[in-house]
Write a protein that binds this ligand. Structure first.
Ligand SMILES: Cc1cc2nc3c(=O)[nH]c(=O)nc-3n(C[C@H](O)[C@H](O)[C@H](O)COP(=O)(O)OP(=O)(O)OC[C@H]3O[C@@H](n4cnc5c(N)ncnc54)[C@H](O)[C@@H]3O)c2cc1C
Length: 500
């Protein structure tokens, strides 16, 4: 038996994963002149960003805080008639609903335009490490095994695969027990009667959005707008779920309807399948999770048709191509971003992107979520550079952040903003022939600013008009709502400094 020699591929910047973080990293690196290769395990680009609406372009004051390439994505999708406008919401600030398939098509086009080379259906199986330097990865695909050598490698795998195989420190799950946020396989229902659905939202007894229910002023504002809203975020219907459970029609570890009325009039995205105790880095655990969520989908389809206003004629239209893993390995970097940084709205000297989405922990061992509002915060370059080694950056779910902080930074636009930052700094480093840490922060920030990225320079005043129209939840809402989960992250593992 003869073993074929391993083919070697050379690139300046290597990006692993094409999700929200990897897509912008690759495009930014390519546009900034670096020879860039993007490796993706799936047969399409986009990762989880291609399966759901994007939340969190705005902060609590309804100011646009993610701009640059992510905002360009929105404009390109909107120009193609494949996305809604940003819809404002008092809990999530804003949401834009996209056509998943057009997003995959557009991403291919954007990669081509940026000169990014692609390797799809290709999985990282090992990391090339020489001393304290990460030199690239080993991949496997239909062609066999290849060695990819790179000046800078960017881990946007969502699982920190490059870091883990390269002996770079990482953490997973909450401090108390290592459990990660519950994962969800999202699916789409078609044939929804929009008018009947909105009728249900208007019924206070249905309580489709629990966050705003205690605030009559906010609810009234929402009711004034709801008929013309293109994207309607739901988190509630607790009584209907309970009724179904008592009737034996709801065997899912969830206590609320979580979902989004999408911009297509008859479409609704269900975000309710759920698995407790997943280890996303263990293939048996993952396989088991897939088996469970596929069992839950028919139960949920029947639940919607039977119990939820507007869904009698609905049908299962689409199941997302990959399980939505909210949290996996977080790579430890030069700085560890914390929940307290977010709540305080910390402004770092080496800020390269921003966020303002609330801390939104899908309870690892309970139902629904723990939430805590945050101020508009920045993300420092140091939390995007892997600790103890040279040549490795990360973004998205792999960010150097705690379990609590990642629960805010993980939404699509905030991951995309980080991606633009790491792609840009990688390109600047290879152009200068230096390590990433030697790139002057001011030069990086000026480059990012010139390319439209936001990290605090041009945020401006609160958007008073939207504040008036939509309203704001109090910053100090109780940190948890809904079911109290004895082992919940807030209760057991973490009390933010500000509420101690
Ligand atoms: C169920 C669910 C609902 C959510 N809802 C919303 C929402 O409504 N709005 C919102 O803005 N955010 C939402 N989020 C958060 C957000 O979608 C994700 O956190 C974000 O998209 C993560 O981006 P990422 O690039 O870090 O990772 P991913 O999107 O997971 O991308 C990682 C990519 O790397 C590839 N990959 C992994 N391992 C390897 C390997 N070894 N070799 C090669 N390729 C590899 C994967 O195939 C994937 O394409 C949700 C998340 C989940 C799970």
């Amino acid at each position: 038996m003869s073993i074929a020699p391993i083919q070697t591929i050379r690139t300046q910047v290597l990006v692993i994963g094409s999700g929200a973080a990897g897509q912008t990293a690759a495009i930014a690196a390519g546009r900034n002149g670096a020879d860039t290769l993007l490796v993706e395990n799936a047969g399409f680009l986009g990762g989880i960003s291609a399966t759901l609406p994007w939340l969190g372009f705005h902060d609590r004051d309804y100011r646009l805080i993610v701009k640059g390439i992510p905002l360009e994505f929105c404009r390109r999708l909107q120009q193609a008639g494949a996305a809604s406008a940003h819809e404002f919401d008092p809990k999530c600030a804003s949401a834009i609903s996209i056509d998943s398939h057009w997003w995959k098509i557009l991403l291919m086009q954007l990669m081509r335009e940026a000169g990014v080379r692609l390797l799809l259906h290709t999985q990282v199986v090992d990391t090339i490490r020489e001393g304290d330097r990460i030199r690239g990865v080993i991949v496997e695909n239909k062609s066999g095994r290849q060695r990819i050598e790179a000046d800078v490698t960017i881990d946007c795998s969502g699982d920190g695969d490059v870091a883990a195989r390269g002996g770079v420190p990482w953490e997973k799950g909450r401090t108390a027990d290592g459990l990660v946020q519950a994962p969800t396989l999202v699916f789409k229902l078609g044939g929804v009667d929009r008018a009947a659905f909105i009728g249900g939202c208007k019924d206070p007894a249905v309580n489709y959005r629990e966050w705003i229910a205690p605030y009559p002023d906010l609810r009234e504002k929402m009711m004034r707008r709801i008929d013309r809203m293109n994207v309607i975020i739901c988190g509630g219907y607790a009584r209907l779920v309970e009724q179904a459970r008592l009737a034996g029609d709801f065997e899912v570890p969830q206590s609320r309807v979580v979902g989004v009325k999408l911009h297509r009039p008859d479409e609704y995205l269900v975000v309710m399948t759920r698995v407790l105790g997943l280890d996303p880095t263990d293939v048996r655990s993952l396989t088991d999770a897939y088996a469970k969520v596929y069992e839950q989908i028919p139960i949920l389809v029947k639940f919607f048709k039977t119990y939820v206003p507007g869904f009698v004629q609905s049908h299962l239209r689409e199941i997302a191509p990959m399980l939505g893993v909210r949290e996996s390995r977080r790579i430890m970097g030069d700085y560890l971003l914390t929940g307290d940084d977010l709540i305080a709205g910390r402004v770092f000297d080496d800020a390269v992107s921003m966020g303002g989405y609330h801390i939104d922990i899908h309870r690892p061992a309970g139902t629904w979520v723990d939430s805590h509002n945050v101020r508009t915060y920045t993300i420092p370059l140091r939390s995007l550079i892997a600790r103890d080694v040279d040549g490795l950056l990360m973004a998205g779910k792999c960010l150097s952040a705690t379990h609590e902080a990642i629960a805010s930074t993980r939404v699509v636009p905030i991951c995309q903003g980080q991606g633009q930052a790491v792609g840009t700094v990688a390109a600047l480093a290879v152009k200068a022939g230096t390590s990433v840490r030697q790139v002057p922060v001011a030069k990086l920030q000026d480059t990012l600013a010139a390319q439209g990225a936001e990290f605090g320079r041009t945020v401006g005043e609160p958007n008073w008009q939207v504040i008036e129209e939509v309203g704001q939840l109090p910053f100090d809402e109780p940190p948890t709502t809904g079911d109290k989960d004895a082992a919940s992250s807030v209760a057991a593992a973490w009390v933010p400094a500000t509420i101690k």
